[in-house]
Design a protein around this ligand. Structure first.
Ligand SMILES: [Zn+2]
Length: 233
């Protein structure tokens, strides 16, 4: 077989290796991205829980203020009842108001108790989630560290294949390399054997002359149809 062909086949194998390694690196990068995205979601869930606790606390403060306000009003009404010179009708109206306010306070105190329970429960849940998240992030970092290590190894391998590629390229005539690169941009397999009289790339029949020239191995022969470089097996 033609020396150049032997080297082109080797070059193609090297390119396959590089391609495989590069796609494995890409897969690992995507895996890392996915892990980071998941962590982001976990963090935002915990943040939302924290926001929820803040909202509940705010509501509780507002409710206490409201109760204080109602309390002040009752005191004011009571004061008017005790000291004011007012009609019986006005006194009745004030007593009704006081009764209503007290009932409202009673309701609000019940609500406030429920709210306190909810704050307590949500705060505890948040604390548990924070703890879980911290543990998860430790695991995540170690997972990402392992992936990075793996990527590093693959990149080292890619470098070695690139060195091998440079050596092959340096040994081949420039126009042959150009022809190969041109085909490689279109096909994953720019160099193919002739199988049963057909090009193994495009599967079309190759002329008898081309087969003979490929067998002679004196020159680089290409497929009349797809232009792939052909060799006789
Ligand atoms: Zn072909």
């Amino acid at each position: 077989m033609n020396d150049a062909i032997t080297q082109l086949i080797e070059l193609q194998e090297v390119d396959h290796m590089r391609g495989d390694l590069a796609s494995r690196v890409k897969g690992l990068e995507a895996q890392k991205e996915q892990l980071r995205h998941k962590a982001q979601l976990e963090r935002s869930t915990v943040d939302k829980l924290q926001e929820h606790v803040e909202t509940l606390k705010h509501n509780s403060r507002m409710m206490n203020l409201e109760v204080d306000k109602l309390d002040d009003q009752i005191r004011e009404y009571q004061n008017q009842l005790d000291n004011g010179i007012i009609s019986f009708k006005e006194m009745e109206a004030l007593r009704t108001k006081i009764g209503n306010q007290k009932a409202r306070i009673g309701e609000m105190e019940d609500e406030a108790l429920h709210l306190m329970d909810e704050i307590e429960e949500t705060t505890q849940r948040h604390a548990r989630e924070v703890e879980k998240l911290a543990a998860y992030e430790v695991d995540l970092e170690s997972e990402i560290g392992k992936i990075d290590e793996h990527i590093g190894q693959l990149q080292q391998e890619i470098k070695e294949w690139e060195k091998k590629r440079e050596d092959i390229v340096a040994a081949l005539p420039r126009h042959v390399i150009q022809q190969y690169e041109h085909l490689h941009a279109r096909f994953a397999d720019p160099v193919v054997p002739i199988e049963n009289g057909t090009c193994a790339g495009c599967k079309l029949t190759v002329s008898g002359t081309t087969i003979e020239r490929a067998r002679d191995g004196m020159e680089i022969v290409t497929c009349e149809n797809c232009s792939r470089i052909l060799y006789a097996q």
